[in-house]
Design a protein around this ligand. Sequence first.
Ligand code: KIV
Length: 294
Amino acid sequence: MSTVSSVTSSTSHRKKVTTLTFRQKKERGEPISMLTAYDYPTALAMDRAGIDAILVGDSLAMVVLGYENTLPVTMDEMLHHARAVARGAKASLLIGDMPFMSYQISAEEALRNAGRFLQQGGMDAVKLEGGRERADTIRAITAAGIPVMGHLGLTPQSVHQLGGFRPQGRTASAARRLYEDARILVEAGCFSIVLESVPARLAETISKEISIPTIGIGAGAGCDGQVLVTHDLLGLFERFTPKFVKKYADLHPILMRAFTDFIDEVETKRFPTPEHVVEMTDEEWESFQKEVGK
Ligand code: KIV
């Protein structure tokens, strides 16, 4: 029987997951699990549950900070959340998502910011979006010993260029470009590639042909691993739910219930009750009363 406590104790001392583990899992045909996290308690729970990798995604901007898209989040904000995740997760591979404009200006600036994720954020690797146009940047970062995860297909930082959050690679020419980009990212030194919202048969073909693991989100079961945005999986992000999301819990109504119960009990004076208060001894109370002349 799998209980929460048996999950906790069986996985709390597991071996650190590395980029080598990723490669070995692909070779053995073992699926890789990845989720996003942005805070300490979530990272702790995921790590204990045995997740292979945790992405401190720039989806932070939307699901935690309430922005319309991922563009406004900054390096400093990403690092703040990366540190919280690193304090909670010890065994999972930790990946910091490079935010918009932290890697597009020059390879030098990209390398400096990637380094900050490792030095100041406690991450093991970074992720960045884009295909052939990012090859030189990826080469510069990996040459410094920093593992890079690529991200192809629906790349949310290009939402304005793509005309919205829409599936990619659905025409023969777009599919061919994506297929070529995947090969270019392998050659540039990526250790893994996220494939977001692309046709399942294209993702499967790419996954079979490249030597590094693909991690799919809305890309079907033919990828080497799967990732979801945790707030989608938990039913915590109310604005919209992409078709490819499976909700493993529906926490928003549960939160609402807890908050309305609290408000109600405060207003009707049913909280706090004696079990929730701190007391002092009668002796100390009497001497206090004497001291204040009561
Ligand atoms: O920022 C993010 O959460 C991501 C995932 C969708 C892969 O990039």
